[in-house]
Ligand binder design. Structure first.
Ligand SMILES: [Zn+2]
Length: 121
């Protein structure tokens, strides 16, 4: 008996949710893929639209007028997103993959009559 009474599928789903890599979304303003902003390490990871960030930085550097600054600020803010998850772990995902391959092999044995292919419960 396992120490944890949840099903294999539940366990796999929980592990995937924790260890799969974050898939960055797209900026709702311009559709550009968001990227991780410069940060000082640690969590959460700040993501935002690189186009919006550049526009905002340029507007500030050029001393742009208030409407231009506000538009750039709004673009960047709309795309901002903080990821509180820890980064993924490819080794865990690889293990899940290997486990599922094994399970698929065991679940559909080539010769069902062969008792040696049946796992002992
Ligand atoms: Zn954008």
């Amino acid at each position: 008996m396992y120490a944890n009474p949840i099903s294999d599928d539940e366990l796999l789903a929980k592990l995937r949710a924790k260890y799969d890599r974050t898939v960055p979304g797209h900026c709702p303003h311009c559709g550009t893929a968001v990227t991780v902003d410069e940060h000082k390490g640690g969590y959460p990871l700040p993501w935002s639209c690189p186009v919006g960030l550049k526009a905002l930085q340029d507007a500030r550097a050029q001393g742009a007028d208030e409407p231009t600054l506000e538009a750039a600020q709004a673009h960047w803010q709309a795309s901002r997103w903080e990821d509180y998850r820890r980064v993924g772990d490819r080794r865990v995902m690889e293990l899940i993959e290997r486990y599922e391959q094994l399970r698929a092999q065991v679940g559909t044995p080539a010769t069902p009559a062969d008792a040696s292919a049946t796992p002992v419960a």
